[in-house]
Ligand binder design. Sequence first.
Ligand code: DAT
Ligand code: MG
Length: 140
Amino acid sequence: MALERTFSIIKPDATKRNLTGKIVAKFEEAGLRVVASKRIQLTLKQAQTFYGVHKERPFFDELCEFMISEPIVVQVLEGENAIAKNREVMGATNPAEAADGTIRKEFALSIGENSVHGSDAPETAKEEIAYFFSGLELVG
Ligand code: DAT
Ligand code: MG
């Protein structure tokens, strides 16, 4: 299979606890390569746009407030089967259900403060990468 790219966020609960390096190490150990990376702090509007698909969900306001509470690290990860591989290394949304060795099992605090975001499909990966990065920032 050809190389694939996916979009990742290291979320506020993780940047706050200085876990960026440990989380990047998990990606690298899984065979994913960081081809773009920056630390930013979202505005409320940006968080609401990014998570727009969840706007009718009861946790939407809480989710957006959390995502703007501290800086985040946005990244593009590249590798064979990168989208699925990243979801695997992240673990289940709810850390109580995440498999041993996954990022969420080791680091997440709760279903909301769950340390990482990863794209769920090729179309969303493409959209999410384009929302945060220009072509010039992707160095494969
Ligand atoms: P994932 O991040 O695993 O793709 P998702 O897309 O279903 O999960 O939800 C996006 C984020 O919203 C998730 O990472 C944390 C938050 N969230 C999801 N379900 C939640 C719930 N029941 N209570 C609080 N926050 C929730
Ligand atoms: Mg999702």
